[in-house]
Design a protein around this ligand. Structure first.
Ligand code: ADP
Length: 149
């Protein structure tokens, strides 16, 4: 018997969970595509968050469902508005890395009241998007933890 309390044991298990084992595939759009095309991509790819990249494939923005809804409420022609006009941009973007603890990424989601984080790799002139970590990934990890028992 280890003498550890229940919460110490839970905490130990949770801290073994890394972003690398839980994240999903990222769905990205180029910063020049229209709001209309972004909406189409969001539907077809069945995701709630799109990541926006520039010509060098580096992260420049995030688009949520509400960002696209808000843009749709204006009188603008959605095919004429590029997503870089309406996206949340650097330096406001919250990110995570594959080696991060899942609980630290989850804390970022909660503290910033957002649904997803891009998983990135640092490059010389920016960050490349290699994954998508969502509230669903956290929920699944939570359920898996109990099923493992
Ligand atoms: P929704 O707006 O559909 O409820 P979110 O809660 O994820 O989805 O997004 C809320 C706002 O935060 C949006 O304006 C979105 O662009 C922004 N946002 C989403 N994810 C991030 C992120 N990783 N970093 C910074 N801002 C984000």
């Amino acid at each position: 018997y280890t003498g550890k309390t229940g919460s110490e044991l839970i905490s130990e298990q949770v801290k073994k969970l890394k972003v690398r084992d839980q994240h999903s595939v990222p769905v990205v759009v180029n910063d020049q595509v229209s709001v209309y095309d972004a909406i189409t991509t969001m539907f077809l790819e069945d995701v709630g968050t799109l990541f926006v990249v520039n010509q060098k494939a580096l992260l420049v923005g995030v688009l949520s469902r509400k960002d696209l809804l808000r843009a749709s409420m204006g009188n603008q022609e959605l095919s004429d508005v590029p997503v870089h006009i309406i996206m949340t941009r650097i330096p406001k973007i919250k990110i995570c890395y594959k080696d991060d603890l899942l609980v630290d990424a989850a804390t970022k989601l909660i503290e910033n009241q957002i649904d997803a984080l891009p998983v990135v790799v640092d490059r010389e002139d920016g960050q490349e998007v290699v994954g998508r970590l969502t509230k669903t990934n956290i929920t699944k990890a939570f359920v898996d933890l109990v099923r493992e028992e």
